[in-house]
Structures are given as structure tokens and as C-alpha cells.
Design a protein around this ligand. Structure first.
Ligand code: AMP
Length: 173
């Protein structure tokens, strides 16, 4: 069945992690064999026209979808992590949050210049995380061919922030 049959498996959790945020909880979808499989197959159909060489997953929920997608496509996987987690030489990107800043890191040798990279995360909200990740990809010569999300929170305008890169999302709110 198409992913649309499984939207009840995305749970809204109000006021998490702080008041005013409605958190999109994807754990019921992960727990459902057919729903999780439908999500990965839909992501595969979404990104295949972009002809990625590697799937890049953003810590931590992005890993859940990116690694299964990379397996389904038969591509390798690149990971972007929070600071201090990766053991070898890193490139890093700091970006603005509502209050303060955050930083993401990637191994400097994770991408061969010219490789076609698709960025994957569970939720596109304001787009800051994905934008910083696209900057990391480009900083080492990668070719960012697309950004794919399970869920897009359209009212936050993240898509506009990502510029020219093709953006796809399976579910929009
Ligand atoms: P942003 O940088 O604002 O696009 O936020 C994206 C990151 O925050 C993603 O890694 C999401 O997992 C997480 N995120 C932001 N808003 C939500 C939300 N309402 N529900 C679940 N995850 C969210």
C-alpha cells in the first residue's frame, strides 16, 4: 500500500520538546513493518531520478531512514553528526537556531569531489539543519543533487531556505 495509507502512524506530540512545538513522532511508523517498508520504497522512488551516488543521513532520526534507503538503492551512506562524535578529521558548519547556534560535523574524506549526494532527514522544519548539511557537502566538493524528507512542515518555509537544490517530501503538513 502507498505511504498515504500509513499517515496515522505519524503521531503528534504537543509541547515536546518544549511548549508550543508539535513534535512529529515517527516511532509508530518505524514499529510497523508494512508502514516502514512503504516509507523506504517511497523515498527510493523519490530520489532515484536524482541518480545519487551516496545517501547522506543527518543524526539521529535521519540515520533511520537514510541507512535503509541506502541499502534499498545499493548505494553507500555518508553520515553528518553532532559535534564530538566522529573520530577522524572533520569539516564543521555552525548555523543559527531560534536561540543560539548549533554545529554539525562530517568526516573531511566522507565524500569524493563530484559525488552525487542526496541529503535525507525525517522532518524538514525551518531548514537550518538541511541547509548546514548542504553547505558541508559542497565544502568538500560534493554535488548536492537533492534533499528528501519523510515530513515537511510547510508553514515553516524550510524549502525556500534550501535554494536551488531539488527538495522532496513524502508527507506535508
Ligand atoms: P530544522 O533545522 O528547523 O529544519 O529542523 C530539522 C530538525 O529538527 C530535524 O532533524 C528534525 O528531526 C527536527 N525537528 C524539527 N521540528 C520537528 C518537529 N515538529 N517534529 C519532529 N522533529 C522536528
Amino acid at each position: 500500500m502507498p505511504l498515504a495509507a500509513y499517515t496515522h502512524l505519524i503521531r503528534d506530540v504537543p509541547d515536546f520538546p518544549k511548549p508550543g512545538i508539535v513534535f512529529k513522532d515517527i516511532t509508530p511508523l518505524l514499529q510497523d513493518p508494512a508502514g516502514f517498508r512503504a516509507a523506504i520504497l517511497a523515498l527510493a522512488a523519490l530520489v532515484t531520478p536524482w541518480r545519487p551516488d551516496r545517501v547522506l543521513g543527518i543524526e539521529s532520526r535521519g540515520f533511520l531512514f537514510a541507512s535503509a534507503l541506502a541499502y534499498a538503492l545499493g548505494s553507500g551512506m555518508v553520515i553528518v553528526r553532532k559535534p564530538g562524535k566522529l573520530p577522524s578529521n572533520c569539516v564543521r558548519q555552525t548555523y543559527a537556531l531560534e536561540y543560539g547556534t548549533d554545529t554539525l560535523e562530517m568526516h573531511a574524506d566522507a565524500i569524493i569531489p563530484g559525488q552525487r549526494i542526496v541529503v535525507v532527514d525525517d522532518v524538514l522544519a525551518t531548514g537550518g539543519t538541511a541547509q548546514a548539511t548542504l553547505d558541508l557537502v559542497r565544502s568538500v566538493g560534493g554535488h548536492a543533487v537533492g534533499a528528501a524528507f519523510l515530513i515537511e512542515l510547510g508553514f515553516l518555509g524550510g524549502r525556500q531556505r534550501l535554494g536551488d537544490v531539488p527538495v522532496g517530501a513524502l508527507l506535508r503538513y
